[in-house]
Design a protein. Structure first.
Length: 170
């Protein structure tokens, strides 16, 4: 496709997701984590990741809107909330990109009000240079330092989510 430069191949992504799955499986041994997918962008990563968790888990989905129609961050808004209670659960939040940090920071704070036992975060991509809020993820797929990326669930104006690889939008 034009104007796209491949950053991570499908094979690189799948290998890393398998490693992350093993790490998370080891860390949660004997526990029953509640895994929350932040829609829409984390959908693809989430689906692949949970298949690599050799644990009893439950899942839920939230929709948090931050990027409305482009590459510039707007206000954070919880569009669709949780359906299941998180009280006394070990919660693992799964998101696509940790960029400014606003989305994850907002959502972790919201969740903690419901008194879960623990909250950890897992992001497919970390863009440390872009951070505006002091927040980090417990599990990171890849640290990247490039421009706006699409594919593997991530979009530009709702396009490119279906690409099995990650590409920079040039
Ligand atoms: P933050 O609140 O600035 O950390 O932004 C996080 C959200 O912005 C992610 O969940 C993505 O939906 C979106 N985002 C940030 N960088 C990118 C990118 O390079 N491509 C696509 N979406 C991105
Ligand atoms: Mg997102």
């Amino acid at each position: 496709m034009e104007n796209l430069k491949v950053i991570l191949t499908e094979e690189q992504i799948q290998n890393r997701v398998r490693e992350l799955g093993e790490t998370i499986t080891n860390d949660y041994k004997g526990k029953f984590p509640h895994c929350i997918c932040v829609l829409k962008g984390a959908n693809t990563f989430f689906s692949d990741l949970i298949k690599r968790l050799n644990l009893n888990i439950t899942v839920d989905f939230v929709k948090i809107s931050s990027y409305k129609n482009g590459t510039v961050s707007n206000d954070i808004e919880l569009v669709n909330g949780l359906t299941d209670a998180v009280k006394d659960r070990d919660v693992l939040i799964v998101d696509d990109v940790l960029d400014s940090g606003k989305t994850l920071n907002y959502f972790v704070d919201e969740l903690k009000k419901q008194r879960p036992t623990s909250v950890k975060t897992c992001v497919f991509l970390n863009k440390p240079e872009r951070r505006e809020i002091d927040v980090s993820a417990d599990y990171v797929g890849f640290n990247i330092n490039c421009g706006f990326v699409v594919g593997y669930g991530m979009d530009y104006a709702e396009r490119f989510r279906n690409l099995p690889y990650l590409a920079e939008l040039l």
